[in-house]
Design a protein around this ligand. Structure first.
Ligand SMILES: Cc1cc2nc3c(=O)[nH]c(=O)nc-3n(C[C@H](O)[C@H](O)[C@H](O)COP(=O)(O)O)c2cc1C
Length: 316
C-alpha cells in the first residue's frame, strides 16, 4: 500500500508535507500547467507588500556552483492587486494557500494581515521577517528577538489565521528568534530564508548582482538550513517547516527526521519546474521501499546519541 503522506500542522491538514517556497513558484496558480495544485501540500505566495514594488535592477540572479544568488527585491504588485486578482484566481484551488507578507514596520505587517484575515481563500499567513525594519536602522526584523516577537504579536492581534514566522539563517542564535516568535503567537516556524552571499566576476571586476550582496539558495545551503531547522525544533513546541536546498526525497526526509513537520521547496523548481510534483511521487516511493507506512512516523526521529563517547569538558 502506498505510504501515507498526510501531515497536520498549525491546525491545517496537508495532503503531503511538500509546499512551494515563497518567491519561487509564482503567487498562486501560475504554475498549474506544469504542476497541478492538487498534488502539493500547499502553495506559498511570493511576498506581498502594501504597495507595488518593481524589485531591484538587473542583474539580480547569478548562478553559483551549488544553487544561486538572488536580489529580486520583493517585486510584487502590492496587496490590492493580490486581493483583487490573485485571490480571486485561487478561490477554488485544490490545495492550501499560504500568503507570505512583508513590511517595513510592525504596523505595516499588521495592516496586511488584517486585510488578509477577511479573505476565506487564505488558509494561513507566512510573515517574512527578513524584510528591513525602517524603524530599526533597516536591520531585518529576523535579527532581533524583541523586534521579531513584536511583529508576531501585532499580527496575532489582528488575525485568527494560522501564522507561520519565516526566519533568517543570518543570525548567531536562530533558536532565540524561534523562542521569541513562538511567544509572539506564531503557530509554526519556517526555517529558513536565504543565506547572505556575494558573487564576483574577477574578469570584469564586477559583483555578479547589482546590489552586490544577495540571498544564496539551493543545494549549497542545505546543511545550513538543516542546522537552523534542528535548532528551532529543539527550542520551541510549535511545528517547524524546513526550507533550504531541498531537491530530492532524501532531502525531504532529512528535514523530517530532524523534526520538521513539513518542508518547502524553492530553488529546485527553477532547474526543473515540475520537481515539486516529482518529489511527492519520489517521497511515496522512497517510504514504500523503506517499509515505512506513514511519513509522520519519521518526524523527529533523529538519534543524537554520540557514536563515540564525547570527552568530558576540559579534557583535550
Ligand atoms: C528567486 C527567489 C525569490 C525569493 N523570493 C522570496 C520572497 O519573496 N519571500 C520570501 O520569504 N522568500 C523568498 N525567497 C526565499 C525562498 O522562499 C527560500 O526560503 C530560500 O530560497 C531557501 O530555499 P531553497 O534553497 O529551496 O530555494 C526567494 C528565493 C529565491 C531563490
Amino acid at each position: 500500500m502506498a505510504a501515507d503522506l498526510t501531515v497536520h500542522l498549525a491546525g491545517l491538514a496537508l495532503r503531503n508535507p511538500i509546499l512551494s517556497a515563497s518567491g519561487t513558484f509564482g503567487h498562486g496558480l501560475e504554475m498549474r500547467r506544469i504542476v497541478s495544485p492538487s498534488v502539493v501540500g500547499g502553495l506559498v505566495s511570493k511576498t506581498v507588500t502594501r504597495l507595488p514594488r518593481p524589485g531591484n535592477p538587473m542583474p539580480r540572479i547569478a548562478e553559483t556552483e551549488a544553487g544561486f544568488l538572488n536580489s529580486i527585491g520583493l517585486e510584487n504588485r502590492g496587496i490590492r492587486a493580490y486581493m483583487d486578482k490573485t485571490l480571486a484566481e485561487v478561490a477554488d484551488a485544490d490545495t492550501l494557500i499560504i500568503t507570505n507578507i512583508g513590511g517595513h514596520s510592525a504596523a505595516e505587517f499588521a495592516e496586511l494581515a488584517e486585510q488578509l484575515d477577511a479573505r476565506a481563500e487564505v488558509d494561513a499567513i507566512e510573515v517574512n521577517l527578513s524584510c528591513p525594519n525602517v524603524d530599526g536602522g533597516r536591520l531585518p526584523f529576523s535579527t532581533d528577538p524583541r523586534v521579531a516577537e513584536d511583529v508576531m504579536r501585532r499580527v496575532r492581534a489582528v488575525t485568527t489565521k494560522p501564522l507561520f514566522a519565516k526566519l533568517s539563517p543570518n543570525v548567531t542564535r536562530i533558536e532565540d528568534i524561534a523562542v521569541a516568535v513562538e511567544a509572539g503567537g506564531a503557530d509554526a516556524i519556517t526555517a529558513v530564508n536565504t543565506v547572505l552571499g556575494v558573487g564576483i566576476d574577477w574578469r570584469t571586476r564586477k559583483p555578479r548582482l547589482n546590489t552586490i550582496v544577495g540571498g544564496y539558495s539551493g543545494t549549497g545551503i542545505k546543511p545550513i538550513a538543516l542546522r537552523c531547522a534542528l535548532a528551532c525544533v529543539s527550542a520551541v513546541d510549535i511545528p517547524v517547516i524546513g526550507c533550504g536546498g531541498i531537491t530530492t526525497a532524501s532531502d525531504v526526509l532529512e528535514f523530517i527526521v530532524a523534526g520538521c513537520a513539513a518542508v518547502q521547496v524553492g530553488t529546485a523548481s527553477f532547474a526543473e519546474p515540475g520537481r515539486i510534483a516529482a518529489l511527492v511521487l519520489e517521497l511515496e516511493a522512497l517510504l514504500d521501499s523503506a517499509g515505512i507506512a506513514a511519513v509522520r512516523e519519521l518526524v523527529g526521529t533523529l538519534d543524537v546519541t554520540p557514536r563515540t563517547p564525547l570527552r568530558p569538558a576540559g579534557e583535550y
